[in-house]
Design a protein around this ligand. Structure first.
Ligand SMILES: *[C@@H]1O[C@H](CO)[C@@H](O)[C@H](O)[C@H]1NC(C)=O
Ligand SMILES: *[C@@H]1O[C@H](CO)[C@@H](O)[C@H](O)[C@H]1NC(C)=O
Ligand SMILES: *[C@@H]1O[C@H](CO)[C@@H](O)[C@H](O)[C@H]1NC(C)=O
Ligand SMILES: *[C@@H]1O[C@H](CO)[C@@H](O)[C@H](O)[C@H]1NC(C)=O
Ligand SMILES: *[C@@H]1O[C@H](CO)[C@@H](O)[C@H](O)[C@H]1NC(C)=O
Ligand SMILES: *[C@@H]1O[C@H](CO)[C@@H](O)[C@H](O)[C@H]1NC(C)=O
Ligand SMILES: *[C@@H]1O[C@H](CO)[C@@H](O)[C@H](O)[C@H]1NC(C)=O
Ligand SMILES: *[C@@H]1O[C@H](CO)[C@@H](O)[C@H](O)[C@H]1NC(C)=O
Ligand SMILES: *[C@@H]1O[C@H](CO)[C@@H](O)[C@H](O)[C@H]1NC(C)=O
Ligand SMILES: *[C@@H]1O[C@H](CO)[C@@H](O)[C@H](O)[C@H]1NC(C)=O
Ligand SMILES: *[C@@H]1O[C@H](CO)[C@@H](O)[C@H](O)[C@H]1NC(C)=O
Ligand SMILES: *[C@@H]1O[C@H](CO)[C@@H](O)[C@H](O)[C@H]1NC(C)=O
Length: 842
């Protein structure tokens, strides 16, 4: 057992340099009654002076609990002694506080009572102070918490979001606002999800911190500090010692929940648009993809299928149920699949079953007077399921199960679950029961923002988070709406999408108990990766958003939601042929690879332009060849949280040249993508880290010298490199994921400069939870290749071919491919994947 490294720091000269950097005169807290507990200690914290009441009422008595857990985590929990502040229930986000991880990163905790700022603490890894609040008073009020830590100058901070931003955050000037919002990807502003975890790279080593709190907040990076400004709750900080990026993500996802096991098929290419006019048009799109030889795995239908955009209904004219069933059956006969959208908002209509049953079972969010809260979404006035209601789960399961009886889909897409509402407040309350806004069932135009009620601090908190809306209730359920447990929306707003995801996944799990569901969700919170995959919402068809789609994808790797991607070719506005070309060359490598389009935009299915179809076939050809590799990475995500798509800095943590690289990315540790992201470019300035690399297409050697190189990138070409030192399993691309994964393998043995390589292949049925599985490790010293591992999954496909790539003619030119002396090909093999083997390469 680890000896607890907690100590009281004597206040000394070293800290005299710090003085309170806060603009408000808050007194901070003083410790007393320090008590040792298992793995840590508790202490009382008492307000050190008169309350400052800066954005609320100072709470006099707090309790500090510090635990240094049996792993590389430290938890610092500061609660109000009266326990009145809202805390996220375990039933909503189940924090694994008793981790079974056993890696040590030498974290320790120190604290002191600073003469003017009061209680402050440090989290230290060996001799490096990772987090340091000393000199910054803690503010703990009913509606405002403030915690500040020093950061090194020009620190390397990643994470905190969601919203388009540079992957490495600008530490001189960043305010990340956490308040879930239906907003179409505004740069640096808050959008659909809230994730408070961040990672820092300090001299090549990573650590991380997570604040477990559901309230609206700003996290401010400026003046060599990180400052949390939170609208309520408690300070429940978790620190992860790393030292690799993957160690941090492993610890974080172990705490909040691991990513879900995905159906292998979800790694296939997918197509959607908002605005398909009929099921006939959907059929035509499916047929056109086949005709163009572009592998379409999933066809998606947006709210278009619904009868007047109401959940669980079918448009009787354009999307009649029997025709949808026929399309679904046709897709299934060709190993293709279908997903449709479901929103949380339920039309307020006293003869519409889902509404009637929701009212009967008390399953909707309420107004303070106990009446149903009525906002406005696509179908007009709507009620919203209250996930805290006792009956909400059974209500939602019942509605979904009646829906699934009609359309046995391959997945669900839950949208608008921030939850979005087009009016502010309970705008339908008081409007006669069966009045429904007129077709087209949307907002009455231009509802002016109401005058904010500054006298209600839950509607207008005194500290104004940087939510770019007149009031925080705008475009969502009002903050004073009431949940069944008596808690108002103010405290739990950021949990709505997460709870919908959890309930919806629970339904899918019950429906087909052994089948891994596919669920895509827009609004997420810490731990949502256990329930949903994610796309980055309504982006715009422009080059900037193509660029930021990479950092958004990489962010969600940190957040523990690795199956992620942005709408390929862009959602709003019209794409161009060139943009769509370049976008599929990036999007083919997103873990979640889907074209999606807005209702007012020109069509952008990949077959619409010959050049785009060609780029798609080529880029998706690489993707499909890599499917066993992608699937192996996805499987490891469920084991240790590691992201599928990774920034270069995770793989080359000591290379300062890649600290802010967000224009290239890696899949796993072996594949680097260097796409074109700027209009009219036909080459890429790509950074080639210090390593041996091989061009994907011609296998030529690229000696990475830790410098930029100009790579040719004509319109139909995306640069892909294999990193030396890796054995990459590939298969021959087919029109479906199932057929691709059923084929024989080609192993690419990309040797490093020592003529060595290793790799992994994870095999299971890709469908069920309880599948048998094999984990096969490959090792090569350049002369032999060994396959060894644990084998329990029965497969008949074999390794048919091995391609060895090396820098130099290490074979003595004996059996070397005459076309390329760096390459050795062994063909017509029949090496099984059900037991170990060892072969000589020459
Ligand atoms: C901390 O120090 C120990 C002992 O010197 C060393 O083994 C370990 O690698 C260090 N950890 C980090 C993250 O630097
Ligand atoms: C932040 O400011 C420092 C100087 O104080 C500068 O060196 C650094 O480049 C700045 N960082 C960014 C991202 O602007
Ligand atoms: C950073 O410091 C400057 C100068 O003291 C101050 O004006 C500014 O408000 C500070 N920024 C933040 C976000 O605290
Ligand atoms: C209310 O719901 C019923 C049952 O679905 C439907 O027939 C009716 O058209 C709806 N009313 C309006 C105004 O949408
Ligand atoms: C749950 O729903 C049933 C009927 O559907 C109702 O009788 C019961 O009162 C509801 N429970 C609560 C807590 O509202
Ligand atoms: C807030 O309360 C004050 C004092 O009661 C009152 O004068 C003011 O009109 C109120 N403001 C609003 C927006 O209701
Ligand atoms: C998109 O293209 C269509 C058809 O050319 C045009 O009507 C529409 O105005 C364009 N939309 C935008 C946002 O430019
Ligand atoms: C790309 O080329 C087109 C046609 O020459 C031109 O109109 C456009 O401005 C160029 N874009 C950029 C970013 O240079
Ligand atoms: C490589 O090129 C990129 C894009 O032009 C540039 O931002 C970066 O600073 C360059 N890196 C190095 C190490 O030269
Ligand atoms: C998985 O569960 C199904 C029933 O749900 C059962 O038929 C099958 O044999 C199980 N497979 C394994 C490998 O346990
Ligand atoms: C395979 O791994 C097992 C267990 O690690 C080891 O005993 C065995 O020698 C290995 N076989 C080969 C061929 O390397
Ligand atoms: C060498 O190149 C020629 C011409 O491209 C091709 O036909 C032949 O199959 C190649 N040989 C090998 C072993 O790859």
């Amino acid at each position: 057992m680890r000896v607890l490294a907690v100590s009281l720091l004597a206040f000394g000269a070293a800290y005299a340099q710090y003085s309170s950097s806060s603009s408000h005169p808050c007194p901070g807290y003083t410790t007393s009654n320090v008590l040792t507990i298992r793995n840590g200690f508790t202490a009382d914290l008492t307000l050190s002076g008169s309350p400052c009441n800066v954005y609320g009422n100072d709470i006099n008595d707090l309790v500090l609990t510090v635990t240094v857990e049996e792993n590389n985590k430290v938890n610092v929990l500061i609660e109000d002694a009266a326990m009145k502040q809202y805390q996220i229930p375990q039933s909503v986000v189940s924090l694994n506080r008793n981790s079974s991880l056993h890696s040590f990163a030498d974290l320790s905790f120190k604290y002191t009572d600073h003469p003017t700022a009061g209680f402050g603490f440090q989290v230290i890894r060996n001799d490096t102070i990772l987090f340091d609040t000393i000199g910054h008073p803690i503010v703990f009020e009913d509606q405002y918490l403030e915690l500040t830590s020093n950061l090194p100058k020009d620190a390397n901070i990643y994470g905190i979001g969601e919203g388009p931003d540079t992957f490495r955050r600008d530490v001189n000037d960043t305010i990340k606002t956490l308040w879930n919002r239906d907003a179409a990807n505004p740069y640096k502003q808050n959008t659909y999800g809230s994730h408070t975890v961040y990672m820092e790279n300090r001299a090549g080593k990573f650590h991380g911190a997570y604040l477990h709190n559901s309230h609206g907040m700003d996290i401010v990076l400026a003046n060599e500090t990180i400052q949390y400004r939170v609208l309520g709750g408690v300070l429940d900080m978790h620190f992860f010692g790393g030292p690799s990026a993957y160690d941090v993500i492993n610890s974080y996802t172990d705490l909040v929940g691991r990513p879900l096991p995905i159906p292998a098929a979800t790694l296939g290419f997918q197509n959607c648009r908002y605005g398909y006019k009929s099921i006939d048009e959907v059929d035509q799109v499916i047929a056109n993809y086949s005709a163009a030889n572009i592998p379409l795995e999933y066809m998606w239908i947006d709210i278009d299928y619904m009868d007047r955009t109401r959940d669980f209904t079918f448009d009787p004219v354009n999307f009649p149920l029997p025709r949808i069933q026929q399309t679904l059956a046709n897709l299934h006969s060709k190993k293709q699949k279908m997903v449709m959208m479901v929103d949380p908002a339920i039309q307020r209509n006293s003869t519409y079953g889902p509404y009637v049953r929701g009212v009967e079972s008390n399953a909707f969010v309420k107004n303070a007077d106990g009446s149903v809260y009525v906002g406005q979404v696509w179908p007009g006035y709507t009620a919203f399921p209250d996930w805290f209601a006792t009956n909400a789960t059974s209500y939602w399961h019942n509605e979904l199960s009646m829906f699934y009886e009609q359309v046995p889909l391959d997945g669900l897409w839950i949208d608008m679950n921030e939850a979005a509402s087009f009016c502010t407040g309970s705008c339908g309350s008081g409007v006669a029961e069966d009045v429904v806004p007129k077709f087209p069932w949307t907002v009455t135009p231009a509802v002016p923002p109401r005058i904010p009620n500054v006298n209600n601090t839950y509607l207008v908190p005194k500290y104004s988070i940087h939510n770019p809306q007149t009031e925080i209730s705008e475009k969502s359920i009002e903050t004073i709406a009431v949940h069944a447990n008596g808690v108002i929306e103010y405290h739990v707003h950021n949990l709505y999408g997460h709870m919908m995801a959890k309930n919806t996944r629970a339904f899918l799990n019950d429906l087909r108990p052994n089948v891994r569901p596919f669920l895509l969700g827009r609004s997420t919170f810490a731990g949502s990766g256990s329930y949903v995959s994610h796309w980055n919402g309504d982006n715009n068809s422009d080059w900037d958003e193509l660029y930021f789609s990479i950092s958004s994808m990489l962010d969600f790797g940190i957040f523990g939601i690795p199956l992620v991607g942005s709408d390929i070719c862009g959602f709003f506005s019209n794409t161009t042929e060139q943009l769509c070309n370049r976008w599929i060359e990036v999007g083919a490598f997103y873990p979640f690879s889907r074209v999606h389009n807005g209702i007012d935009s020109i069509p952008q299915e990949l077959y619409r332009w010959d050049s785009v179809a060609e780029s798609a076939r080529r880029a998706l050809g690489v993707r499909y060849a890599l499917l066993p590799y992608y699937y192996t990475k996805a499987s490891y995500s469920t084991i240790n949280g590691s992201p599928i798509a990774r920034p270069l800095i995770f793989e080359f943590p000591a290379d300062t040249n890649v600290l802010d690289n967000d224009s290239q990315f890696m899949i796993g540790e072996a594949i680097m993508i260097s796409p074109v992201l700027f209009e009219n470019d036909t080459s890429v300035e790509a950074y080639i880290p210090n390593s041996l690399w091989y061009d994907w297409y011609d296998h030529s050697v690229v000696v990475g010298a830790g410098k930029n190189a100009t790579l040719d990138a004509p319109l139909n070409h995306v640069n892909v490199h294999i990193r030396g030192g890796n054995v990459v399993p590939t298969q021959t691309p087919q029109m479906s994921v199932e057929d691709t994964l059923a084929g024989d393998y080609t192993l690419i043995v990309a040797l490093d400069s020592n003529f060595a390589a290793t790799g992994t292949l994870y095999l299971d049925d890709g469908v069920t939870y309880n599948s048998t599985h094999s984990i096969i490790k490959f090792y090569s010293d350049g002369k032999t290749l060994v396959a060894n591992g644990t084998y329990s999954h029965p497969v008949t496909n074999v390794v048919e071919k091995i391609i060895v790539l090396a820098n130099g003619d290490y074979t003595g030119n004996k059996y070397v491919n005459p076309n390329n002396t760096n390459e050795l090909i062994l063909d017509n093999l029949s090496l099984c994947l059900t037991e170990s083997w060892n072969i000589n390469l020459f």
